[in-house]
Design a protein around this ligand. Structure first.
Ligand code: PEP
Length: 250
């Protein structure tokens, strides 16, 4: 049985005062039936991890460098994230692929570094609207899976987030059938590459405009093991009903 996962991506949002949202979230979910992961900006990882040390909320980063250390001004390594109290890192988010020119090869190197440091790699992938309109979605996902996911992956250290680029921050959401098609495809490919044990154990999240009012529908799609939530993860009052909906779907 895969334990469901509600993951929040705060992106470039949050100051020290925002840590109060984590306290509120934990108060609303003192004994959650699902895993909760919040990925604040790097400046807050250490403080968030300390704040959540006794709370049922895990803390993750939003990116890491592929190397352990060195002359990379402004970057942080997987080992540094781990040392700061993170247990996971989002990797290959479409905003990093677009804004920082990250290729799937680079994402795979980062994921390998995350695994070496003992972090869960939450690897994001998804198609643009033009690619969907051209009926290329599954080809894009296949290529991103082949190149972004390292051989070091296990059911424990890999999470995949299917995030159609056109659904991120737009309020547009694919139909349940569209989500299901991609999640089933990812599951089949995982099983083919890693065997049934790992393939059936890896959690596949949906991400893109998940909100309290659409979460229940999305979470009833087969092979959706949770969500990667951007905007609606910033405030406990929005994230909490999404976590409730995920718990109800188990
Ligand atoms: C994201 O950026 O990972 C995301 C899913 O954002 P939003 O929920 O705001 O669409």
């Amino acid at each position: 049985m895969r334990r469901k996962l509600a993951a929040g991506n705060w992106k470039m949002n949050g100051l020290t005062a925002s840590l109060g949202e984590l306290q509120s979230l934990a108060s609303a979910h003192p004994d959650p039936l699902v895993d909760i992961l919040v990925c604040p900006p790097a400046t807050l990882v250490s403080a968030a991890a300390q704040c959540c040390a006794t709370l049922p909320i895990a803390i993750g980063g939003q990116d890491c460098h592929a190397e352990r250390a060195g002359p990379h001004t402004g970057d942080i390594s997987a080992e540094m994230l781990k040392d700061s109290g993170a247990c996971a890192s989002i990797l290959g988010h479409s905003e990093r692929r677009e804004n920082h020119g990250e290729t799937s090869d680079m994402v795979r190197a980062k994921a390998r570094a995350a695994h070496a440091a003992g972090l869960i790699a939450v690897i994001c992938m998804g198609e643009s609207l033009a690619q969907r309109d051209a009926a290329n979605t599954l080809d894009i996902i296949a290529a991103q899976m082949a190149l972004s996911i390292p051989d070091t992956s296990t059911a424990e250290n890999l999470v995949i987030a299917y995030e159609p680029i056109w659904a991120i921050g737009t309020g547009k959401v694919p139909t349940p059938a569209q989500i299901g098609e991609v999640h089933d495809f990812i599951r089949t490919r995982l099983e083919r590459r890693f065997g049934p044990g790992v393939g059936r154990g890896v959690r596949i999240l949906y991400g893109g405009s998940v909100k309290p009012d659409n979460a229940d529908t999305i979470f009833h799609v087969p092979n959706v093991d949770g969500a990667l939530v951007g905007g609606a993860s910033l405030r406990a009052e929005d994230f909490s009903p999404i976590i409730h909906a995920l718990s109800e779907s188990t």
